[in-house]
Each structure stands twice: as structure tokens, then as C-alpha cells.
Design a protein around this ligand. Structure first.
Ligand SMILES: [Ca+2]
Length: 138
């Protein structure tokens, strides 16, 4: 009959905790850092600054997401109508343009459309005029 081994039990528990912490840290870092293939949204109105939110995918509604600061902490409130500047770090070819829309679900009119390697600055951030969703386009 196998006896309970407290040392072995502790090591398994520690490994499980370590894995969880490692995953959370990696996710936080990648959210703040503008990696290749991503659309990168910032609070700052000129080429970034303040909180950041980065993603490879189309995103709607912005009310479901928060900026992250450089310390990896969430900025209070959501990113809706608060994106001051955006960078297209996508790969050239195919659906490589980023389209920013005034309303959720890619409606309400185009606020900006830009190719990989380009910034869009001084985006509107007052009330409903701000960006509320984005998509990739050809
Ligand atoms: Ca809006």
C-alpha cells in the first residue's frame, strides 16, 4: 500500500503553482508589448504612451477590454473611446490593413485605415467619437 509522501506532495503542488504564475506573467507581458502580427492600441495620442492593449485579432466590443500599464497592471476602466494612437505591426500581404471603427461590431464609420508599419495618431477620444472596434482588411 502506498504511503502518503508529504515531500512529493509539496513538490507537485509547487510545480503547479509555478506553472500558473509563469503563464500569467507571460500573458501580461505580451498584452503590453507590441509584438509582430499585432494591432497595438495606446492611451497616448502620439505614437503610444500610457496604457497599451495589443492583439493579433479583430476586436469588438472595446468595452470588454482594459489597457495594461508598463508594470503589467490593468488601467481602470475599459479601452472604449479611449484609444489615442494605434500602430499596425502586422505582416504585409493579405488582410494586412487595420480598420478602426467608431462603433462596436465594425460599424459607425471608419475612423482610420492604415497599412503595416504605420501609426495613426491623435485619434478622437471624446465620448462616442472614439474607436470602439477594429478589424483586419485587404
Ligand atoms: Ca465609439
Amino acid at each position: 500500500m502506498a504511503k502518503f509522501n508529504p515531500v512529493r506532495y509539496f513538490m507537485i503542488a509547487a510545480a503547479a503553482v509555478g506553472l500558473t504564475i509563469g503563464t500569467a506573467t507571460a500573458a501580461s507581458a505580451s498584452l503590453y508589448i507590441c509584438d509582430p502580427g499585432e494591432v497595438c492600441l495606446y492611451e497616448g495620442s502620439y505614437q503610444g504612451g500610457g496604457g497599451a492593449f495589443t492583439t493579433q485579432t479583430a476586436l469588438t466590443p472595446y468595452t470588454s477590454y482594459q489597457f495594461l500599464n508598463s508594470s503589467g497592471l490593468y488601467v481602470p476602466g475599459n479601452i472604449n473611446d479611449r484609444v489615442g494612437s494605434a500602430y499596425n505591426n502586422g505582416t504585409t500581404g493579405g488582410y494586412d490593413k487595420v480598420e478602426l471603427f467608431r462603433d462596436t461590431n465594425y460599424t459607425g464609420g471608419l475612423v482610420a485605415r492604415f497599412a503595416p508599419g504605420l501609426w495613426r495618431n491623435n485619434l478622437p477620444t471624446f465620448q462616442d467619437a472614439g474607436v470602439s472596434s477594429h478589424n483586419w482588411a485587404k
